[in-house]
Design a protein around this ligand. Structure first.
Ligand code: NAI
Ligand code: MG
Length: 369
């Protein structure tokens, strides 16, 4: 039987509450579907700081490196606001991203039919929306050198950030975009600003060349990132996969996320390079939301973002596409039945807590498998 190694890092606040609901799905898949998940669990964030004085221990880093996929809850909270920069809860996530070399951040924007009416756009623009934004995560202006603030001595200061991209960085992120597009609607839109940025010129050239060489079966379109932002809110359904750099991706993925409503619904994945021997990618799956200290411990957090992150894990780390689709369908069906946590509650629906929402999705999933 295939062994699938999952490393769970529930973290702080609502992280553990949301992770519990995924655990139930994993147990069911192991017992009823012989999925062969082997799970281990560690500490990350504030709880790791309390236990070892670091946001993640070396032992847990080792387990994350050895796993097929890491499931991450959320980190942080007011309790740790005063701790040193190097050991603050977020440092655990940054360390994982860096050591696992997770350069591709995947942010789907999916609109569940039952929630189309609560979008900030007209329901017909977002109903059935299913796009995937792929953001380059380890390069670009957030990391480029020089990065300084200098005193010019005349009462003025000068701040410099530098956008740097090498060919290999653009190639590997666009390869992810083309590969994933093939599993979807086979279309990639690459966004940069080649009209004003040299990095945009290179980005455009590298994507075009890779497309011609290896992915000419995929439909490729180029769009200036500002126009892309406009198109995302004007007619979001025109897109399948969008690939873009770290800075534009940060903004465009947040815009796309809000087309579909609440933070409690949004999953994400971060992927690394394929292993030379096995072809497997290192990967980490996490909800977009944080630890939500305002509602932690109350049993009311929406577990859907975490469960949908696990669905991404099934699809992208284990190629369990049927199971991933069933889990996503289970979420949609539960919403269709009017079952809601507080954050997505609307008139005429019935409000439930974290555990009830998890149970409802699991039971729907069981009936679909
Ligand atoms: P947050 O995402 O934790 O919460 C923002 C608002 O959305 C809160 O009102 C919260 O109750 C609500 N919310 C979030 N997730 C929800 C869910 N699943 N169900 C229902 N309501 C939900 O962001 P905030 O408040 O800015 O940060 C809180 C802490 O989380 C901070 O320490 C922050 O540094 C950390 N954080 C961690 C992240 C991570 O672990 N990747 C990401 C963002 C923030
Ligand atoms: Mg952002």
């Amino acid at each position: 039987m295939t062994v699938r190694k999952l490393f769970l890092l529930p973290g702080d606040g609502i992280g553990p509450e949301a992770m519990n609901e995924v655990r139930k799905i994993i147990s069911y898949m192991n017992s009823a579907l012989s999925a062969g998940f082997e799970t281990d669990e560690g500490l990350v964030g504030g709880c790791a700081y309390d236990a070892h004085g670091a946001a993640i221990s070396e032992a847990d880093m080792g387990k994350a490196m050895a796993a097929d996929a890491v499931l991450f809850g959320a980190v942080g909270g007011p309790k740790w606001d005063g701790v040193d920069y190097d050991v603050r809860p977020e440092a655990g996530l940054l360390r994982l991203r860096k050591d696992l070399e997770l350069f591709a951040n995947l942010r789907p924007a999916i609109c569940y039919p039952a929630l189309a009416a609560s979008s900030s756009l007209k329901p017909e623009l977002v109903e059935g929306l299913d796009i995937l934004i792929i953001r380059e995560l380890t390069g670009g202006v957030y990391f480029g050198e020089p990065k300084t603030i200098t005193d010019l001595g005349n009462g003025q200061k000068r701040a410099i950030d530098t956008q740097v991209y090498d060919t290999y960085e653009i190639e590997r992120i666009s390869a992810v975009a083309f590969e994933l597009a093939r599993t979807r609607r086979n279309a990639v839109c690459s966004m940069e600003k080649r009209n004003v940025m040299k990095s945009g010129v290179l980005w455009n050239q590298v994507v075009t060349a890779l497309h011609k060489e290896k992915f000419s079966d995929v439909k490729l379109e180029h769009m200036l990132a500002d126009a892309g932002g406009m198109q995302l809110v004007r007619a979001p359904k025109q897109f399948d996969v969008i690939v873009t750099d770290n800075l534009f991706g940060d903004m465009l993925s947040d815009v796309a996320a809000m087309l579909t409503g609440s933070l409690g619904m949004l999953p994400s994945a971060s992927l690394g390079a394929p292993d030379g021997k096995t072809g497997k990618r290192k990967a980490l799956y996490e909800p977009v939301h944080g630890s939500a200290p305002d509602i932690a411990g109350k049993g009311i957090a929406n577990p859907i973002a975490m469960i949908a992150s696990f669905a991404m894990c099934l699809r992208y780390s284990f190629a369990m596409v049927a199971e991933a689709e069933a889990l996503e369908k289970a979420i949609a069906n539960v919403l269709d039945k009017g079952i809601r946590t507080g954050d997505i509650m609307s008139e005429g629906c019935s409000q439930v807590g974290t555990v009830e929402m998890g149970d409802a999705i699991l039971s729907e999933f069981q009936s679909l498998m």
